[in-house]
Ligand binder design. Structure first.
Ligand SMILES: Nc1nc2c(c(=O)[nH]1)N[C@H]1C(S)=C(S)[C@@H](COP(=O)(O)OP(=O)(O)OC[C@H]3O[C@@H](n4cnc5c(=O)[nH]c(N)nc54)[C@H](O)[C@@H]3O)O[C@H]1N2
Ligand SMILES: Nc1nc2c(c(=O)[nH]1)N[C@H]1C(S)=C(S)[C@@H](COP(=O)(O)OP(=O)(O)OC[C@H]3O[C@@H](n4cnc5c(=O)[nH]c(N)nc54)[C@H](O)[C@@H]3O)O[C@H]1N2
Ligand code: SF4
Ligand SMILES: [Mo]
Length: 737
């Protein structure tokens, strides 16, 4: 049989790698990297190489489901499901008002621009402000800090130009989070060959930490002390870009005062690392002319995430590691309109306190969106505005949200819970309706998301005006009844007599989004709508042109040379954001209190990702679960000795909120008294626990009412205080009663 190779944009994660599918008889038999791809250079990971098999897993929903009175699920036609959901939404809105309907846009909603463009249009049409995303349980500090510091319009230098890189609690070689671009291992190797210095701060010797010139392995949640110490040392030793700082920032003195207590020895004591290492790292970074600083989920989840991300911005600014007038911005400008190439900032903006006010914990809308960690309480708290209906678009609250016990109560309390999902997730096992949707290779793909993410910071995006768009390579399976995510919102709106106004994702600013919005003719059948054309309307390179390049292409777009700040431009980057400096002062005034001495909760559970698994997705894939079917607790052998527990035995991990059970895996690379457990495993609270099959849900350990960020509401999801003890309740493969 002749094998034909067809290019495909991977949809399994946000990196959108350019892959090749070996097609036999119209069916993909293998997926692999494309060495001719000008950006990804043959890169692929096992998840991407398994994309085609996800379509065929037995857990894949081929038809939508409706919950029956006895709790079982029956099949329902998609038409009928949409009609019933539409009628229920109308009823709920009539009784309780539009605010009683909320949406949670999870990873596969956020990563899918047609889905979220139509989803947001639907929520505008019903006039509900209750739009939540996974961002506020991920790295909410990023959006908040960008507001408090002020965005730098020109952006950051591309990684080929860096002399140094600082990574804080992120492992991009595995996660593909920014910091090292696409094909991160290759970029890191090349950069190290050039002499780039790498500093990594992580309680775990991660894949990137193994390559670091200096690895600081601190106690969880103490990153801000180290970053403040870097700032202090740079200011003291003159290792900052004085010209850039004096020309482009305000309130340097306030920052200088606030970091004053953070001597290297004080930071070393708090964080439990060597003072000399802090000094050496600060000097190594302080002598690099061009560089990048990137933080990840670890510090965003272990308390003070806004402060960590704010200090990331301040460090970048102190070193002047931004693009400046005359520099060239190398990425973007294909499917997404880039920010104006000006060496200036509009200045700081509020990070919270605007938009919809939540009824719980004094929370409001934020620079990262509405606080998702408060949504369960919005559902459970009676009164005007109580949320009664929730649509989960490509997200799985039951496995992913912090505080699983509360989430469970909330999901069960809803009058209407709908998932739009290709499988029955843990949330889907409680939902009233699971709308089965088309999957990756059954729909058009393109690189608009990975290009958009280029705005997030150093080492995100493509570093070239790259774009790719590929047609569907697979037809939905015979006998299936599947819809695309955007069609769900279109179909609901049609049945509810609403008109959708779709705003293009190709613009990042709201006025342009508004200007280029399309008001749909709702009598059109969905099949006649080109949803991507509406979503990417006004893109710098027309989508039609990008569609000619399924294997990807570097477009001949105008060069983006950064222009000097216009005369009289008022905005400056903010180094002295008062709420952030207050947090620094609070830290300085608090006891260092190493938790190792806390008899009640001497350990911290930190988050980490597994190479082969993506969040709660497709844990049943035989190939993805070859190494890990469940999520072990990665524990330092010293701690294992202290607890008298051996590899493969089970421990109970108990926080102040709840307990979970995990299988012990020795990990000398994790700091003692920290133990790393991957997230989004485990079943629902009413299902039998089995650490050897489903694993333990770390979300259960979090308490949304305790230790939460006052602005974004994120509670401790990493660095969670726990005690750990051996248990004989389970043995390999057999769950005890
Ligand atoms: N293979 C794979 N890739 C993924 C995912 C996946 O599940 N699997 N998930 C995707 C998603 S949704 C996201 S948001 C990104 C996340 O991307 P990353 O943020 O890079 O995620 P991790 O690889 O978990 O890295 C977080 C690191 O933080 C460290 N850490 C924990 N607590 C602290 C702390 O208090 N301080 C410091 N300094 N470090 C700490 C952990 O040891 C861990 O190494 O990855 C994405 N990519
Ligand atoms: N303790 C702890 N908790 C965490 C984290 C942590 O590090 N530690 N990480 C947090 C982070 S960074 C995130 S982003 C969240 C993740 O939060 P979520 O996005 O809510 O979780 P996922 O597991 O990614 O859920 C994705 C859902 O989308 C479905 N899906 C897969 N493919 C598609 C598709 O093509 N279309 C549609 N419509 N659906 C699809 C899957 O079946 C699954 O049910 O979890 C957070 N929770
Ligand atoms: S890194 Fe992400 S986009 Fe690339 S192959 Fe793996 S899953 Fe696909
Ligand atoms: Mo995430």
């Amino acid at each position: 049989m002749a094998v034909e190779q067809k290019p495909v944009v991977c949809r399994v994660c946000h990196a959108q790698c350019g892959l090749l599918a070996d097609m036999e008889d119209g069916q993909p038999t293998a997926l692999h990297g494309d060495k001719d791809n000008p950006v990804y250079h043959g890169y692929s990971c096992i998840k991407g190489r398994e994309m085609h098999t996800m379509h065929r897993l037995p857990s894949r929903l081929l038809r939508s489901q409706k919950r029956q009175p006895d709790g079982s699920y029956g099949e329902i036609g998609s038409d009928q499901a949409l009609a019933e959901v539409a009628a229920k939404l109308q009823d709920i809105i009539a009784k309780h008002g539009p605010r009683s309907v909320a949406i949670y846009v999870g990873t596969y909603g956020y990563n899918n621009f047609t889905a979220n463009a139509f989803g947001y249009a639907f929520f505008e049409a019903i006039q509900s402000p209750m739009v939540f995303t996974s961002v506020t349980i991920d790295q909410p500090g990023k959006g908040v800090a960008a507001m408090l510091h002020g965005p730098w319009l020109a952006g950051v230098p591309w990684l080929e130009d860096w002399d140094a890189l600082l990574l804080v609690g992120t492992n991009p070689i595995v996660s593909m989070l920014g910091g090292l671009g696409m094909n991160p291992a290759r970029h890191l190797h090349e950069a190290k060959q050039r002499g780039m210095k790498l500093v990594v701060i992580d309680p775990r010797k991660t894949d990137v930490a193994k390559k670091a010139d200096i690895h600081l392995a601190p106690r969880a949640g103490e990153d801000s002390a180290i970053l403040a110490a870097f700032a202090r040392l740079w200011l003291e030793e003159g290792l900052f870009d004085e010209a850039f700082v004096s020309d482009n920032t305000q309130n340097l003195d306030a920052l200088r005062d606030a970091v004053a207590p953070f001597t290297p020895s004080y930071a070393a004591e708090r964080a439990g690392v060597a003072e000399d290492d802090i000094i050496a790292a600060a000097r190594m970074l302080g002598h690099a002319k061009v560089g990048g600083v990137q933080a990840g989920t670890g510090p965003n989840m272990s308390g003070r995430g806004n402060l960590v991300e704010y200090l990331v911005k301040c460090l970048t600014t102190l070193r002047g590691w931004w693009l400046k007038a005359g520099d060239e911005r190398k990425g973007g400008g294909v499917l997404i309109n880039p920010l104006p190439p000006i060496a200036a900032s509009p200045g700081p903006m509020p990070g919270w306190g605007f938009g919809e006010k939540l009824r719980v914990r004094g929370l409001t809308d934020t620079g990262a969106g509405l606080p998702t960690a408060a949504l369960a309480d919005e559902i459970l708290t009676p009164g005007e505005g109580q949320v009664k209906a929730l649509i989960c678009l490509g997200g799985n609250p039951m496995q992913a949200w912090p505080d699983q016990l509360k989430t469970f109560d909330a999901m069960k309390a809803l009058d209407l819970l709908v998932t739009i999902d290709p499988r029955q997730s843990g949330t889907g096992r409680i939902a009233h309706y699971n709308i089965a949707c088309k999957l990756h290779m059954e729909v058009e793909g393109n690189t608009s998301l990975s290009e958009f993410l280029g705005n997030f910071g150093p080492g995100w995006g493509h570093g070239a005006p790259y774009g790719a768009a590929c047609p569907p390579l697979l037809s939905p399976p015979p006998g299936s009844d599947l819809v695309e995510e955007w069609e769900v919102f279109y179909g609901l709106a049609q049945r509810m007599g609403l008109t959708l106004k779709v705003k293009p994702a190709s613009y990042v600013d709201n006025p342009s989004k508004e200007k280029f919005a399309t008001i749909l003719d709702m009598s059109e059948p969905a099949a006649s709508i080109d949803a991507w054309a509406l979503t990417l309307k006004g893109s710098p390179v027309p989508l039609e042109e990008v569609r000619k390049y399924p294997a990807g292409h570097i477009f001949d777009t105008p060069r983006q040379i950064i222009q000097p700040r216009p005369e009289g431009w008022p905005g400056r980057l903010e180094l002295g954001s008062e709420p952030m400096l207050d947090e620094l002062r609070e830290i300085a005034a608090s006891p260092s209190n190493p938790y190792e001495q806390d008899n009640a909760f001497p350990f911290r559970i930190i988050s980490r990702r597994l190479n082969d698994m993506h969040n709660s997705n497709w844990h049943d894939s035989p190939r993805l679960s070859r190494k890990w079917r469940y999520n072990p607790i990665f524990m330092n052998p010293e701690d294992m000795g202290r607890l008298g527990v051996a590899a493969g035995e089970v421990v109970e991990i108990e926080s102040a909120r709840a307990s979970i059970f995990c299988v012990v895996e020795p990990a000398p690379d994790v700091r003692s008294h920290c133990a790393a457990v991957p997230h989004s495993f485990g079943g629902n609270p009413d299902e039998p626990e089995d650490p050897f099959t489903t694993g333990g849900n770390t979300g259960k350990l979090s308490d949304v009412e305790k230790d939460f960020d006052p602005y974004t509401g994120i509670p401790l999801m990493s660095g969670i205080p726990v005690r750990i003890k051996k248990t004989n309740r389970f043995s390999a493969g057999v769950a005890a009663e």
